[in-house]
Design a protein around this ligand. Structure first.
Ligand SMILES: Nc1ncnc2c1ncn2[C@@H]1O[C@H](COP(=O)(O)OP(=O)(O)OP(=O)(O)O)[C@@H](O)[C@H]1O
Length: 596
């Protein structure tokens, strides 16, 4: 139902979107107009060629002096050269405008996309979004640089050639008017079928590409489950489906090509035959006129086909602009480029969660938090515990204002989160996630992500405090070592220590730690734990705890259950609650550890 409404709105807003594309070209209108001028001139120059060819034949036929023939020949050479020069300027000007226009559009789309709220990224598949944007932009690029010009050139050729045909021989022109729509009709009819099939084939290929992308990203899981042959079969099925449709498509293409060849050559034969009759009866003045006529007719035939093709291409491009502008119409988060926060914006570290209710926009009927309340004092160390799926990470997401609560409020030092700017808030909170994401860059760049302005000394100091310096030095290239795609060339514990160094460099007022120590061996765990202890000093820390042994020291443990705060207190206080959740979680963990 929702989709219906939005698509109707989309159709209604379409003219606005075309106008937006125009607004991107506008700064370069002078170059664009000059390009257009060159285009018109070169198209007009092209129109004189058939006439001159006719002249050439007539001079030859009438036994004229070679000088007269050479003069026409030279004139033709001049026209051809003029056309070549004009086309050169036309192409370079259009390419220039296109490149500038599209680089502005590319940047706008990226700048907009990166500021969109998390709810947008929950709705859309990242791979799809990525391929959509690059495909749409290349389509636009081709349209602006080539297709649009080709369309206009063909329109001029068509109109000019037709007007000249009428003046050469009205009878033959009308005859052509009967033959050409037949060719065009056949082309359009088959073209429609072919497009439908190639669309289906592309769909299957896109599905196959999805498998390719997914399995390469999850190559570890594929191998670990020995599912290579399963994936090969899955991929083969989609590829073969695409190929089958392509083969069916090929048959239609074959029929179309042979029919078009037959009809277009047939048309030339018929025109010459009819023209020869007209020359013989003296209704057409010379063989040269017939030659001009035939070439003009060929121009018309060619331009009709090109017009149809370029028109379809431009339609596709309009569709592409629609996708792009739909993204640009999404409401971004109002972010500001924060070089630093002003003193009155510095958080004091106190947090109050007041009766907060929340559900994810993608699952509006599943209440994740329902009236959760708790408070954190400045520089306290708080642990959030609870069953898996209880809503602990959701609380972290709300603290970062990745989403707003549905009901209730969150306060930082008495200020409502809704009245704080995203950038001001996020620049003072650091998140060390469970699944650390590293960029495919050097260790230095990855640590500096916490503060891009940091000096090498500061980066090294952060690495030392995060217990990462030892292993960094162990690498031949030290801090310049590349970490590989998503950081795969580092161990889990090393990745975590890089993330901790990154957070140290950010020097946040509030730290959110999605604990993942369970993935590490005891030695790594010790190193990471001591790095974390450094990190937590002197700031408010919220630990999303998965291993209860690590939260004993917390100032307060908050137990989340069924979207609410079920228990709250220190380790000892909570252990004392008869039949309490924390107590049962501890008991479970102890059993687990004993089994292990
Ligand atoms: N992006 C999302 N969209 C929709 N639902 C989500 C999303 N993220 C989490 N959920 C749902 O919200 C609930 C709370 O998830 P959350 O990640 O906060 O739990 P958690 O307590 O951190 O769990 P764990 O200890 O397993 O990490 C779960 O039922 C989960 O399925």
């Amino acid at each position: 139902m929702q989709t219906d409404t939005s698509s109707t709105q989309m159709v209604k807003r379409r003219p606005g979107k075309m106008f937006r594309l125009y607004s991107y070209i506008k700064p370069y209108w002078l170059s664009f107009t000059a390009g257009m001028l060159f285009l018109v001139l070169s198209s007009l120059a092209g129109l004189t060629i058939p006439y001159l060819l006719g002249q050439l034949v007539d001079h030859g036929a009438k036994d004229h002096l070679p000088e007269a023939i050479n003069r026409v020949g030279l004139l033709l050479l001049a026209v051809l050269s003029g056309q070549a020069v004009l086309s050169f300027f036309r192409v370079t000007l259009f390419v220039n405008v296109t490149e500038r226009t599209l680089s502005a559009l590319r940047q706008d789309v990226y700048n907009h996309l990166i500021r969109l709220p998390m709810s947008f990224f929950m709705r859309r598949k990242i791979g799809e979004l990525n391929s959509h944007i690059s495909a749409d932009i290349s389509l636009l690029q081709e349209t602006l640089a080539t297709t649009l010009a080709e369309f206009i050139r063909n329109a001029i050729t068509f109109a000019g050639a037709f007007a000249l045909l009428l003046t050469t021989s009205l009878k033959l022109a009308l005859f052509i008017l009967l033959v050409f729509p037949l060719i065009l009709g056949t082309g359009l009819l088959f073209g429609k079928y072919i497009r439908k099939f190639s669309g289906d084939a592309q769909g299957k290929i896109a599905e196959a590409n999805n498998i390719l992308e997914e399995t390469l990203q999850g190559i570890l899981s594929v191998k670990a489950f020995a599912n290579e042959f399963f994936e090969m079969k899955r991929y083969r099925k989609k590829v073969m489906e695409g190929a089958d449709i392509g083969i069916k498509n090929g048959k239609y293409k074959g029929v179309l090509t042979s029919m078009l060849l037959f009809l277009s050559f047939g048309a030339i034969v018929i025109v010459i035959w009819k023209g020869a009759l007209l020359v013989a009866t003296g209704e057409m003045k010379s063989a040269g006129a017939l030659i001009s006529f035939v070439v003009y007719a060929a121009f018309i035939g060619g331009s009709i086909t090109e017009l149809a093709e370029t028109y379809t291409h431009m339609q596709k491009s309009l569709g592409a602009t629609r996708h792009l502008f739909e993204i640009l119409e999404e409401e971004p988060e109002p972010l500001t480029d924060t070089a630093g926060v002003v003193p009155q914006q510095v958080l004091d570290g106190m947090i109050l969660f007041n009766n907060v209710s929340f559900c994810y926009p993608t699952r509006p009927d599943q209440q994740v938090l329902s009236g959760a309340s708790f408070s954190v004092d400045a520089n306290q160390k708080i642990a959030l515990v609870g069953h898996s799926g209880a809503g602990k990470s959701t609380i972290a997401a709300l603290l970062l204002r990745l989403y707003d609560p549905l009901n209730g409020n969150i306060y930082f030092g008495g200020r409502n989160i809704r009245n704080m700017s995203y950038s001001e808030l996020r620049s003072q909170i650091a998140l060390v996630p469970q699944d650390v994401f590293l960029f495919a860059a050097s260790i230095r760049d990855n640590i500096a992500y916490g503060n891009p302005a940091a000096t090498d000394d500061e980066i090294i100091a952060a690495a030392r405090r995060a217990n990462a310096w030892d292993f960094i030095q162990y690498f031949h290239q030290g801090i310049d070592t590349m970490v590989g795609d998503r950081g795969v060339q580092l161990s889990g514990g090393q990745r975590q220590r890089i993330a901790i160094a990154r957070a140290l460099l950010k020097n946040p007022r509030i730290l959110i730690l999605d604990e993942a120590t369970s993935a590490l061996d005891s030695e790594s765990e010790l190193l990471v734990q001591s790095a974390l202890d450094h990190l937590m000093q002197g700031r408010t820390s919220i630990i999303i705890a998965h291993r209860l042994s690590t939260v004993r020291e917390a100032d307060k443990i908050i137990v989340i259950d069924k979207g609410k705060v079920a228990e709250e207190g220190t380790h000892h206080q909570l252990l004392g609650i008869e039949g309490g959740i924390y107590r049962s979680l501890i008991a479970l963990q102890t059993v687990k550890e004993e089994v292990v």
